[in-house]
Ligand binder design. Structure first.
Ligand SMILES: Nc1ncnc2c1ncn2[C@@H]1O[C@H](COP(=O)(O)OP(=O)(O)O)[C@@H](O)[C@H]1O
Ligand SMILES: [Mg+2]
Length: 261
């Protein structure tokens, strides 16, 4: 089973209500229905108490469409990281509901939430967090190893081939270029075919050439593989790689734009 091989193939799949059916080999999020990858309502998250309390999220409603690339922008302190963390089930809410891939995560027990995060969520960290003693291949396969899941060699070959990593798989991170390290990190986030890949300022520490490469490969993940991607960035140029830009201000959605492609 292979993923859609072109953007056109992806487009036709994106409107197919059977998307996500395992029998079709679709990789874009599972569920077998057209429900958004994430549906969040009434999100409120306060840090601290009393005089010093900060409402990091102050009533956010958002749906994240399957197979789309969504950017979250906004000034420092506007709540971007908090929103990403609560949508990924990494941080608790004061109020509100979040459905990931059809599962209401705010009512899950800790062990079920941990399993959902492990199986249905991918992360690309700003520092990329490759393990230095593991090869590129071992780093990419780590999420499957940790989950005790079988490796789908066809999918592994498809992702690493699309990312130009086939010749680099036996190398340690220290033997890879900066751009190759980022590609390994993105491939690692894709390997479990998660419902959503989250990236918090993935280009925050990079030069402009490597930034462009990371954005290209996130875009490719969406266009070639139907992956749902949510990226936080404070750079307009980076955000315009996405299909949609949500701008936060003071813990609320200030603007929500579709980007013409
Ligand atoms: N762990 C925390 N403890 C206290 N305040 C926090 C914490 N995390 C975030 N905040 C506050 O919440 C607000 C939103 O933060 P954050 O989501 O990190 O914004 P952004 O990612 O847009 O810069 C800020 O005022 C920040 O200081
Ligand atoms: Mg932040």
């Amino acid at each position: 089973m292979t993923a859609p091989a072109s953007a056109a193939a992806h487009d036709s799949l994106a409107h197919d209500p059977s998307i996500g059916d395992p029998s079709t080999g679709d990789r874009s999020g599972g569920g077998g229905h057209a429900e958004p990858a994430i549906s969040a309502r009434g999100l409120v998250r306060t840090y601290g108490t009393g005089e010093s309390a900060v409402r990091a999220l102050d009533g956010v409603d958002v749906d994240i469409a399957r197979g789309a690339f969504t950017a979250i922008m906004g000034p420092s302190g506007s709540g971007k990281s908090t929103l990403l963390h609560v949508l990924a089930g990494l941080d608790a809410l004061d109020r509100g509901s979040i459905r990931i891939d059809g599962t209401e995560i705010t009512r899950l027990r800790d062990d079920a939430l941990t399993a959902l995060r492990r199986d249905r969520i991918g992360f690309v960290f700003q520092s990329f967090n490759l393990l230095p003693m593991l090869t590129a291949e071992q780093n990419i396969l780590l999420p499957l190893d940790l989950a005790g899941r079988r490796v789908d060699r066809t999918w592994f070959d498809t992702v690493t081939g699309a990312f130009g990593l086939t010749d680099r798989l036996g190398h340690l991170p220290s033997e890879l270029s900066g751009g190759q390290v980022q590609r390994v990190a993105i491939a690692r986030a894709l390997i479990t075919s998660p419902a959503v890949v989250f990236a918090d300022e993935p280009t925050g520490n990079l030069d402009s050439a490597t930034t462009a490469e990371v954005l290209d490969f996130l875009r490719l993940s969406v266009d070639e593989f139907g992956q749902t991607v949510v990226m936080v960035t404070h750079e307009r140029d980076a955000a315009e790689t996405a299909d949609r830009i949500i701008t936060l201000a003071d813990g609320r959605i200030a603007t929500d734009e579709e980007i013409a492609r």
